[in-house]
Ligand binder design. Structure first.
Ligand SMILES: Cc1cc2nc3c(=O)[nH]c(=O)nc-3n(C[C@H](O)[C@H](O)[C@H](O)COP(=O)(O)OP(=O)(O)OC[C@H]3O[C@@H](n4cnc5c(N)ncnc54)[C@H](O)[C@@H]3O)c2cc1C
Length: 590
């Protein structure tokens, strides 16, 4: 097929020339691996993505799941896809061998996820959710919980979900109301009752069982987030060697604009008073435990954003190279042949912007994934600094690919002209898919509050200082270095001013422009990634003339980003410091 969806050359450049995937093998945890094993894993992911997942993408989008007789039926293609994802290792790739994992770096597993998500994000999400749920059980579950739920999930016999959202508690998880009553049957078991909404993969018909990792409140627990506990709630519960109905009912399937290959359902626990949940971890600390899965999922959402934008970028690139329309500006004679639209300056601008977003976003996710590997397996003395950087970058890694990715997907439609607006061409479907990424796993608004209200101000600005040190280590050109330094200084001064407003008790004055702040911060961080890629490209050009076009394209995209995007940081910072009187606009004024 002409569209690679996710470029092999780009993957190899980012992994080995920019983000040092090979160096990770020097860590004891990855000593059994080498570039050969990484490449084998990635080649298998690529093959499944292109041969199995992508052919099912359109049919799954056209025939979304439906509720029949109280059960959700998904597209039959999932019966073929699921075992392939499990066999590849997408439920256990990064876990240690003691628990049946392949001990691969998060960096490598994440790029494999990129191939799969670009081909069929909805199908890939079932595996991501199951891996995250199994990891929660592994990290926090009692011996009984691990014995009961872990192996069935990583072996793919059962799938997993995250069941957080309730009709009145979406962004505000502190308001979760699902109740849990201790059971006399055994410590750690509770009877659950409550209503969840939007639960992805909450019901389907291709695994024997489904385990919901659900948030609830044990009777008598304090209000707010300090009273939330985490439970494993299976659809069928093991009892006397059998699986029996556990009173989790599918109350409805949402009809969605995108991600139509995976159901998002309304799920009721305990309508008959017979829904058993096993507490996972420490009672009342469930939200803290859940953050492990949420942070993993945020980066997976970021990768889905990049992958969805990547598929559309390559589609529009191919279209632009082959669609003849119009003539050069200087051509006066209408009898001269039309030129492919890629020759027009504005089409090149759109392609360059797509390239800058896709590859810049991918590089940021690689940075985050490598940090996740080093936090777990790197030298002890550097783990805290890396954890701080990962925490700082996670809201950007989630929201930049979602927001800029949507712009990029929209450009793919634009490049296709009128055809792009029709359902006959793929960019329309990818644009619908991309919209979800700024909503689920914490909306962009919530990510911005996390960044400005918590992450940048934590430790009196330690994380920002750590980031500045990372910038200084890049072999940037003088121009890039000056641009990065000026933007960082502007962000640092803005952060300090906003933090002072917060300290003075003016939370609105501090946070009213948090999304603009996130935007500015994202541009800065992506510029840093482009400086890193440009440096690697300059080295590559000296070494490998056969790849000269690839490297020149990198340098051109970096130059474009620095010239067209980095200047926005200053204006956005000024906006962040304007008065926040719009917050006082009364609802009736709108
Ligand atoms: C297709 C799909 C799949 C999903 N999958 C899952 C899943 O598997 N599991 C699960 O648990 N949930 C899932 N969700 C739920 C998702 O996480 C929530 O929709 C999301 O967190 C937003 O919650 P909400 O819809 O209630 O919107 P609200 O919280 O009502 O937000 C509405 C708007 O108000 C803004 N807002 C809210 N609070 C604030 C605030 N304090 N400050 C500033 N702005 C604010 C938001 O940014 C948003 O723009 C899914 C949702 C969708 C659409």
């Amino acid at each position: 097929m002409a569209n690679p969806l996710f470029s092999d050359r780009e993957v190899s450049f980012q992994l080995y020339e920019v983000h040092g995937a090979g160096d990770l093998c020097q860590l004891p945890a990855f000593a059994d691996h080498g570039r050969e094993t990484f490449d084998l894993f990635l080649a298998s992911a690529r093959k499944i993505a292109r041969d199995v997942l992508f052919p099912a993408y359109r049919p799954m989008d056209a025939e979304p799941p439906r509720l029949e007789g109280g059960r959700v039926r998904v597209h039959p293609a999932m019966k073929e896809i699921w075992p392939r994802l499990v066999e590849l290792g997408m439920t256990n790739a990064t876990r240690p061998s003691e628990v049946g994992g392949q001990e691969l770096p998060v960096l490598v597993a994440m790029f494999a996820g990129g191939y799969l998500s670009a081909a069929n994000g909805a199908a890939t999400a079932y595996a991501g959710l199951t891996a995250g749920a199994a990891h929660l059980v592994e990290a926090f579950g009692s011996e009984e919980v691990r014995r009961t739920f872990h192996e069935p999930m990583i072996s793919g016999r059962w799938s997993g979900t995250m069941a957080l959202t309730e009709p009145h508690a979406g962004s505000s998880l502190a308001d979760v109301r699902t109740t849990a009553t201790p059971m006399p049957a055994g410590p750690g078991r509770y009877l659950l009752r409550g209503n969840k909404v939007f639960i992805s993969g909450g019901d389907q018909d291709f695994t024997e069982n489904i385990v919901h990792l659900a948030l609830g409140r044990i009777e008598g627990a304090p209000a707010g987030i300090k009273g939330i506990s985490l439970f494993a709630v299976p659809r069928l519960r093991p009892e006397d060697g059998r699986l029996v109905d556990n009173d989790c009912s599918s109350a409805g399937v949402f009809h969605k604009m995108g991600w139509r290959g995976i159901p998002s359902i309304a799920l009721n626990f305990g309508e008959r008073g017979d829904c058993v949940g096993w507490v996972v971890g420490t009672p009342h600390q469930g939200l803290g435990h859940m953050f492990q899965m949420m942070n993993e999922a945020r980066l997976m959402v970021g990768m889905n954003g990049v992958a969805t934008a990547s598929a559309a970028y390559h589609e529009s690139l191919e279209y632009a190279r082959t669609r003849p329309q119009g003539r050069p500006l200087a051509a006066r004679d209408p009898r001269t042949p039309q030129i492919p639209i890629v020759e027009h300056a504005d089409v090149r601008r759109m392609l360059l912007k797509q390239k800058a977003i896709v590859e810049g976003g991918l590089s940021l996710l690689a940075e985050c994934a490598r940090l996740a590997d080093l936090v777990r397996h790197g030298p002890e003395e550097d783990r805290e600094r890396r954890r701080m950087l990962l925490d700082l970058l996670t809201p950007v890694g989630k929201s930049f690919p979602a927001e800029a990715g949507f712009v990029s997907n929209s450009l793919a439609v634009q490049i296709h002209g009128g055809y792009g607006y029709t359902a006959e061409y793929l960019p329309e479907a990818w644009l619908r898919d991309q919209k979800l990424n700024s909503i689920h796993e914490g909306t962009t608004g919530i990510q911005s509050l996390d960044l400005l209200g918590r992450k940048v101000v934590a430790g009196g600005g330690d994380a920002l200082r750590a980031l500045a040190a990372e910038f200084a280590a890049v072999e940037a050109t003088n121009e890039e270095r000056a641009g990065l330094r000026a933007a960082l200084e502007k962000i640092a001064a803005t952060t300090m001013e906003l933090a002072q407003r917060g300290l003075a008790g003016d939370r609105d004055g501090m946070l009213a422009h948090s999304v603009d702040y996130l935007d500015a911060f994202s541009v800065l961080v992506i510029s840093w990634q482009w400086a890193k890629m440009a440096a690697a490209a300059r080295r590559g050009l000296e070494r490998d003339r056969a790849s000269a076009d690839f490297y020149r394209g990198k340098i051109a995209a970096a130059r474009w980003f620095f010239a067209n995007e980095l200047p926005r940081v200053s204006t956005l910072c000024d906006i962040c410091l304007t008065d926040a009187s719009f917050v006082e606009a009364r609802p009736e004024w709108f």
